[in-house]
Design a protein around this ligand. Structure first.
Ligand code: MGD
Ligand code: MGD
Ligand code: SF4
Ligand code: MO
Length: 692
């Protein structure tokens, strides 16, 4: 077999690679506009997970909660799931069976899972881990621009911009090949980074703003204040293309530099430099403002993203050639996964499930009565918290997420899972969540099946089957299809990805995320296709949005103003320190996959608590000493790592490890009122020395 062109199984950059099936499935980087022939360590090591030795090879089941999981046949496992679903549905109604999906699933899987929940299970309760990822950015972009596409322009536009600002993003570790598009010292371009830590990304910056965690909202208004005060706002653009500026101006008036310095800790002089660079970039190839999870994973994440959109609008960036605002989508299919109906409030094509027109259209495509389609269900955090409670879901089917490690306040999530009558998990590996399940189904992987992914630019890509899945393993589509059949749906749930994609295109037609004109032959040829791509329009779809109008009803972008407010949990005498959490280069997410890769495990064997040496001195601990990070919710344990690259009042923990090393035993699930995003990025903790 010859080399197969495909894309990486991990993050939303979806770097292009060749797979050589005859050579032990060797990975070779492939040239592509996004990764330009680069891969990170995770991409290089991706094929290690195809090894049957580290993955699930057969369905597992237990008859009682205290019994061990043991191998069973597919028929036994699927029959058990169908029987439990029927029993629980008959006793407690269809909403008692819930589904939890993932932003790593292909478009076809996300689509079929959404349809399976609404049609085969009849439940309103389907949601997914993307709520923990892009929901604040999505909510703000939807309101401000009328459409949520993480980057409304190709990534190469970032590569030509004279000034790039990154707020709470660390692509040097989270998307290394993307960093190749960023300004570099000495190349005449400017990089502004806002991050409480001096990350590898921040160290390459022209200006590094180092705000206290959870103060970006004030930071954004401080910048807007200066833009207006210095006469750098683009008033012609504001008048012609936006609404709501006066309210944003009124709020910004209250954020003079000295006050912002008091709230954020960022010196007024640094704010001034940042504003000069942001304004000057406009005539030097463009200015681009990008947010990441550092700004978004807060109980005020949506207002914070709005505040940076306000800044971008005041500077006249969105829709101007070479300029713009965007948010860096994280999960492999974080973009497509939030468009095709695995969200509680959504139908395919980014339609709202409470919109009568949307219901009519999708019901027709699905061949069901629109009155039978459920309404909106519970979003991720509420869904997980309601499991096994009176009136809450009693059965949960998980596809492609590991919430025991990745959900906020994970100790509580673990207790909720234990309170369920029935839990089924479909995964590649025996994840920490699978350990809690009554039935575990082994799924095929990226290199073993075809499917489409939508990358962080809204570009639709084809991932191809390069090798056969091991015997005993089935694809997610085959699993959903088989379950639907057992629940009485002989038709409507095909296992063939091409068939599902054809139906997805019809279901999305006329929606915000319109894929109806996405031609499979273009995807197969590797030609660019960006949604929206309506049938009959240009075959490449829409690489750049907003040139003439925004997607709001009046065609104008909206300023949305809100005052700064403190984090949901502030530091005090008992919990005097901020904890923030995030990622490191060699591990991915809950670590379910990457902790099983020998190369990556060697590169990053264990978590750590990053802290300033002066803080460590106060604690009486040296580099490498075991410490406990204690919050109101729980305790995580890891060795101390001393570095002057973090603020004195803040410690950082990566969240990729399980058991007692889980950062999420400590984090706060306090939600953003608009997006439901939990406050992963700041809570109050105390540090204690641990016994070795
Ligand atoms: N290696 C690796 N790469 C990944 C992933 C992975 O798990 N591992 N996951 C993928 C996914 S799903 C995602 S969502 C992306 C995430 O990509 P990023 O957003 O780049 O990743 P994070 O490390 O979560 O957060 C970025 C930065 O926010 C900073 N930060 C923390 N609190 C605050 C704050 O209050 N304000 C500001 N301004 N900054 C703050 C942190 O110090 C951190 O450096 O990465 C993707 N790529
Ligand atoms: N403290 C803290 N917590 C966080 C964050 C943070 O910054 N700090 N970030 C949050 C963010 S941005 C995210 S995106 C979430 C991610 O949280 P999770 O979604 O839990 O992370 P993953 O490890 O990607 O989980 C995916 C699971 O699905 C499996 N899987 C992968 N591909 C497939 C497939 O095709 N089919 C099936 N059936 N299974 C598959 C993997 O083996 C893995 O077990 O974590 C969130 N949690
Ligand atoms: S940057 Fe993301 S897509 Fe690229 S190789 Fe690394 S994990 Fe894979
Ligand atoms: Mo994410």
């Amino acid at each position: 077999m010859t080399a197969v062109p495909t894309h990486c199984p991990y993050c939303a950059l979806q770097c292009a690679m060749w797979l050589h099936p005859d050579d032990g499935v060797a990975v070779e980087p492939r040239d592509f506009p996004t990764n330009r022939g680069g891969l990170c360590q995770k991409g290089w090591a991706a094929a290690e997970l195809l090894d049957p030795g580290v993955r699930l090879a057969t369905p597992l089941m237990r008859d009682r909660r205290d019994a061990p999981l043991r191998p069973v046949t597919w028929d036994a496992a699927l029959d058990r799931i169908a029987a439990e679903v029927r029993r629980i549905r008959d006793a407690h109604g269809p909403d008692a069976v819930a589904v939890f999906g993932g932003g790593g699933l292909t478009n076809e899987k996300a689509y079929l899972l959404g349809k399976f929940a609404r049609v085969a299970l009849g439940t309103a309760n389907i949601d997914y881990n993307g709520r923990f990822c892009m929901s604040s950015a999505a909510a703000a972009a939807g309101r401000a621009f009328g459409i949520d596409r993480g980057l409304p322009f190709p990534l190469t536009d970032v590569g030509t911009a004279g000034t790039v600002m990154l707020v709470g993003a660390n692509p040097a570790e989270t998307m290394p090949p993307l960093a190749g598009h960023l300004p570099r010292p000495g190349d005449g371009r400017a990089l502004v980074v806002a991050d409480p830590r001096s990350t590898p990304t921040a160290r390459a910056a022209t200006v590094h703003l180092q705000p206290a965690p959870g103060t970006d909202l004030a930071l954004a208004y401080g910048l807007l204040h200066l833009v207006i005060a210095r006469g750098l706002a683009d008033h012609a653009y504001i008048a012609a293309r936006t609404t709501g500026f006066e309210e944003a101006r009124r709020v910004a008036a209250g954020y003079w530099p000295a006050r912002v310095e008091r709230i954020t800790g960022v010196p007024a002089s640094a704010l001034e430099t940042a504003v000069e660079l942001l304004a000057a970039g406009r005539s030097r190839g463009g200015t681009v403002v990008l947010t990441g999870r550092g700004a978004e994973q807060h109980s005020k994440g949506t207002d914070t993203v709005h505040a940076f959109i306000n800044l971008a609008l005041a500077l006249g960036l969105p829709g101007r050639p070479g300029c713009g605002f965007g948010s860096l989508t994280g999960q492999g299919n974080g973009q497509g996964g939030r468009e095709h109906g695995q969200k509680a409030d959504q139908l395919p094509g980014y339609r709202r499930i409470d919109d009568p027109g949307a219901r009519r259209h999708v019901a027709r495509v699905w061949g069901v009565d629109e009155a039978d389609l459920p309404g909106p269900g519970l979003p991720a955090r509420e869904l997980l918290n309601a499991l096994g409670t009176p009136g809450g879901p009693r059965a949960l089917l998980v596809f492609g997420s590991n919430p025991v490690v990745s959900a906020p306040d994970a100790g509580r999530v673990q207790r909720r899972l234990a309170a369920l009558d029935f839990l089924a998990v479909t995964d590649l590996v025996r994840s920490e969540t699978a350990e809690h399940a009554d039935v575990v189904l082994p799924a095929a992987q990226w290199a073993e099946e075809d499917g489409t992914m939508t990358n962080l630019e809204g570009r639709v890509l084809l991932r191809r089957r390069a090798v056969d899945p091991p015997p005993g393993v089935r694809t997610d589509l085959e699993i959903v299809s088989a379950l639907a059949r057992r629940l009485g749906h002989r038709d409507g749930f095909p296992a063939d990805p091409a068939e599902v994609f054809a139906e997805l295109r019809r279901a999305s037609a006329g929606g915000v995320a319109d894929y109806s004109g996405v031609r499979p032959d273009r995807l197969a040829a590797g030609e660019p296709v960006y949604w929206p791509c309506p049938a009959g329009g240009p075959p490449e779809g829409t690489p750049r949005l907003f040139a003439d109008r925004f997607r709001t009803p009046d065609g104008r972008a909206r300023f949305v103003a809100a005052e700064h407010r403190p984090a949901a949990e502030e530091t005090d005498e008992t919990f005097p320190c901020h904890l923030t959490t995030g990622r490191i280069l060699a591990q991915y997410q809950s670590g379910a996959q990457t902790r099983r890769s020998p190369t990556l495990r060697e590169a990053a064997p264990e978590p750590y608590v990053e802290m300033h040496p002066l803080l460590a001195e106060r604690l009486g601990c040296a580099d490498g000493d075991p410490v406990r990070v204690v919050s109101r919710r729980g305790t995580a344990r890891a060795p101390a790592r001393l570095t002057e690259r973090i603020r004195l009042d803040t410690v950082f923990m990566p969240f990729h490890w399980a058991g007692e090393q889980r950062a999420n035993l400590v984090t706060n699930s306090a939600p953003d009122p608009v997006s439901g995003m939990p406050e992963f990025k700041v809570c109050a903790v105390r540090l204690e020395r641990d016994r070795p």
